[in-house]
Design a protein around this ligand. Structure first.
Ligand code: PLP
Length: 405
């Protein structure tokens, strides 16, 4: 679908059609986004907010318009709920730092065993700094979240649950609606890591009723270096600022400094006003095609990956097989004697055939430990992938495995 909108896909890799199946790491950019960045630098590059001059005003208008577009994309109540960051990692670090400042020593935070390191390490650092305790929701045998165990992890010290909407390793979606319901019944806040789900499903933060939500522009066909932290305005308002600097202040003196209103309080320094413009164009592009249509197309592709690989490759293990996927499928191949063919070896051979997949631990080492492997081969699709890509992948996998067994 719309492959021709993505200039990078015109090239060949090692003389073959480029089959890009590493979208969970980053997505390619449509021409409208690449052109928009060029347009911004060519036409309105000027720092935002501070200048009275014309270009600065234009730049500011674009930046704030992009904030409004982001708010509409996730159905936030107001643009004040949208903080621009560098990406998901930056969003979660901001949240972990600022929220933990409002917690008391001994308070508790819950994450899950399937989190990306970005949704583990910032909380561990906050726990260390503020003497908090981190608890972990375990997984069931089938690698889904063991929500039944959640109530037993909750007590009167629990302040926050931070959880992935979809696993970047397995592509499966967590039942976050249920997590949010349970949490709110106990007065606990919920932060959602939507880095993997945002490009593959419709997200409505008001309907979900999550308190915070983080995602990156670059996995959503937008530029690298811009991301979003959504937060309910009244909650963001209660948090202390994160970094200090320009833009985030109201008045600075050596007697004391007062801070700007939302969302600027959290945006110290010159913001990525070129990135926000590119992100807005990416969101408009996705909206133009329709996120539901994209989701449907991608779930057909991941189902095809599962079906063809399990038919055609002896010793294949598909993780969370048969469960609906949000853009990603993880597999491994085992030899007849039960030993693992190292995912890296398959990845190298796939690359020689023009097929780009990610192999490794996918920044989820605790998850790998549960799965009992050092890594997986992750096939992750975007809107521009098609059946041909999947067929090329499967043929290339067959050839690669034949060389390694
Ligand atoms: C990619 C990803 C992250 C990190 O995103 P960055 O853009 O690298 O900051 C966090 N969580 C999940 C689930 C991801 O897929």
């Amino acid at each position: 679908m719309n492959r021709e909108d993505f200039p990078i896909l015109e090239q060949q890799i090692h003389g073959r059609r480029l089959v890009y199946l590493d979208n969970a790491a980053t997505s390619q950019k449509p021409k409208v986004v690449i052109d928009a960045i060029n347009y911004a630098y060519t036409h309105f590059n000027a720092n935002v907010h501070r200048g009275v001059h014309h270009l600065s005003q234009v730049s500011t208008e674009h930046h704030e318009h992009a904030r409004q577009t982001v708010a509409e994309f996730i159905n936030a109540r107001s643009a004040n709920d949208i903080v621009f960051t560098k990406g998901t990692t930056d969003s979660i670090n901001l949240l972990a730092f600022c929220l933990s400042e409002t917690f008391e020593p001994g308070d508790e935070i819950i994450v899950s065993a399937m989190e990306h390191h970005s949704n583990i390490v910032p909380w561990q650092m906050a726990c260390e700094r503020r003497q908090l305790k981190l608890r972990v929701i375990p997984l069931c045998e089938d690698l889904t979240l063991d929500i039944e165990k959640l109530p037993s992890l909750i007590n009167e010290k629990t302040k926050l649950i931070s959880i992935a909407h979809a696993s970047n390793v397995l592509g499966i979606e967590n039942r976050i609606e249920q997590v949010i319901q349970i949490a709110h019944r106990h007065g606990i806040l919920v932060a959602v890591d939507a880095a993997q789900s945002i490009a593959h499903s419709r997200i409505d933060v008001q309907k979900l009723d999550c308190d915070f939500l983080a995602f990156s522009g670059h996995k959503l066909y937008g530029p690298t270096g811009i991301g979003v932290l959504y937060g309910k305005e009244k909650l963001l308002d209660k948090l202390p600022p994160y970094q200090g600097g320009g833009e985030m202040i109201q008045h600075v003196s050596f007697q004391g400094t007062t801070f700007n209103s939302l969302p600027y309080k959290f945006e110290a320094g010159t913001p990525d006003f070129i990135g926000s413009y590119g992100l807005e164009k990416a969101l408009e592009y996705v909206k133009g095609i329709g996120i539901d249509k994209i989701a449907q197309h991608e779930s057909e592709l991941t189902a095809r990956v599962e079906q063809l690989l399990s038919e055609d490759i002896a010793g294949i293990k598909i993780y969370a097989a048969g469960q609906p996927k949000r853009g990603a499928v993880s597999v491994n191949v085992f030899k007849g004697d039960g030993s693992l063919i190292h995912p890296f070896d398959i990845g190298v051979l796939l690359d020689h055939q023009g097929v780009e997949v990610r192999t490794g631990h996918h920044c989820a080492q605790p998850m790998m430990e549960i799965m009992g492997v050092p890594g997986t081969i992750r096939i992750s699709v975007g809107l521009y992938n098609d059946e041909t890509d999947i067929d090329v992948l499967v043929e290339a996998m067959k050839k690669s495995v034949a060389m390694l067994v």
